[in-house]
Write a protein that binds this ligand. Structure first.
Ligand SMILES: *[C@@H]1O[C@H](CO)[C@@H](O)[C@H](O)[C@H]1NC(C)=O
Ligand SMILES: *[C@@H]1O[C@H](CO)[C@@H](O)[C@H](O)[C@H]1NC(C)=O
Ligand SMILES: *[C@@H]1O[C@H](CO)[C@@H](O)[C@H](O)[C@H]1NC(C)=O
Ligand SMILES: *[C@@H]1O[C@H](CO)[C@@H](O)[C@H](O)[C@H]1NC(C)=O
Length: 270
């Protein structure tokens, strides 16, 4: 009886220890990511091939910057580590990823459109890097996204209007890039009780325009200037025509006076 209880307790204890996982897609993701990143200051600890094969033990991570959930990579947060290189499209193999924060590094190249297959992604923070190219419209397929922070990069082209479909979006920042074109109304004017984004989300871009940015900022003339110029020129022409009329009146008066003189000279006095 006692032996059986002991055995059962032992089995239960053994079963309670979470298995050391080795997920092939997480391994592919981490291997490719570490190949595309450069780490000149050697700040990534444990980012070695042997750890990629086994980055998680249940909820424990052996990789600096990684968080595990049930044996899978769940968050990657590698901020301000002096990282260079580019963002591997194979990050999409980390299929359980919920948060990706690579902010404040020196990353170059595009934002891979492959990130669209990260269907659980809620946080994407790639701010303060040197990323270029366009914002992939495919990001709209990550339906759970509630943070998109891409400020302070070299991104160009338009803001994809598809991003307006992301109803959970509560933080959106693309300021300080080289974006151009109109701000999609689906992001500028958000309907119902969706969180709104003010001008600070869009400011300091090359040729971006539309609400909530101030009208015709830095380009052509502001409405006030147009109204001012209109009023000013109206007043100036009023003054000019008034002087013109005055001069004309004076002139005709004098002419009439001389004509009158001529006439009175011609006409005999009665
Ligand atoms: C990684 O993703 C690519 C493209 O999505 C896929 O072809 C490949 O099978 C994935 N690899 C693993 C190990 O899951
Ligand atoms: C590196 O791995 C060892 C064991 O594999 C672990 O004890 C250590 O905490 C890890 N370092 C980081 C930064 O996760
Ligand atoms: C993104 O990361 C930067 C720098 O790490 C941080 O300041 C910013 O608050 C983050 N953005 C959001 C929306 O959390
Ligand atoms: C814009 O909104 C943010 C919060 O989302 C706030 O901190 C900031 O002060 C606002 N800026 C303006 C100009 O209203």
């Amino acid at each position: 009886m006692g032996a059986w209880t002991l055995l059962i307790v032992a089995i239960l204890l053994f079963a309670a220890i979470p298995p050391s996982s080795s997920d092939p897609s997480d391994e592919a993701c981490l291997t490719q990511l570490s190949e595309s990143l450069q780490d000149p200051t050697k700040s990534l600890q444990n980012w070695t091939k042997s750890t990629f094969a086994n980055p998680c033990n249940g909820f424990t991570s052996y990789l600096q910057g990684a968080t595990c959930n049930n044996g899978r990579i769940y968050k990657l947060s590698l901020t301000n580590l002096g990282l260079r290189g580019s963002i591997s499209p194979f990050l999409a193999n980390c299929t359980n990823l919920q948060a990706l924060d690579l902010s404040s590094n020196f990353l170059t190249g595009p934002i891979p459109s492959e990130l669209q297959s990260l269907v659980n992604l809620a946080v994407l923070n790639l701010s303060s890097n040197r990323l270029d190219g366009e914002i992939p419209p495919q990001l709209a397929l990550c339906a759970y996204l509630n943070v998109i922070d891409l400020h302070d990069n070299l991104l160009s082209g338009p803001i994809p209007q598809q991003l307006g479909l992301l109803v959970r979006l509560s933080a959106f920042d693309v300021s300080n890039n080289r974006l151009s074109g109109p701000i999609p109304t689906s992001l500028g004017y958000r309907s119902g009780n969706l969180p709104r984004f003010n001008s600070s989300s869009f400011e300091a871009n090359k040729d971006l325009y539309g609400y909530p940015l101030p009208p015709l900022k830095n380009k052509g003339l502001s409405i006030l200037a147009i109204v001012g110029i209109g009023l000013g020129s109206g007043f100036a022409s009023l003054v000019l025509s008034f002087t013109g009329v005055c001069i004309w009146l004076k002139f005709t008066e004098r002419k009439m006076a001389t004509e009158e003189g001529k006439i009175s000279q011609l006409m005999p006095d009665y």
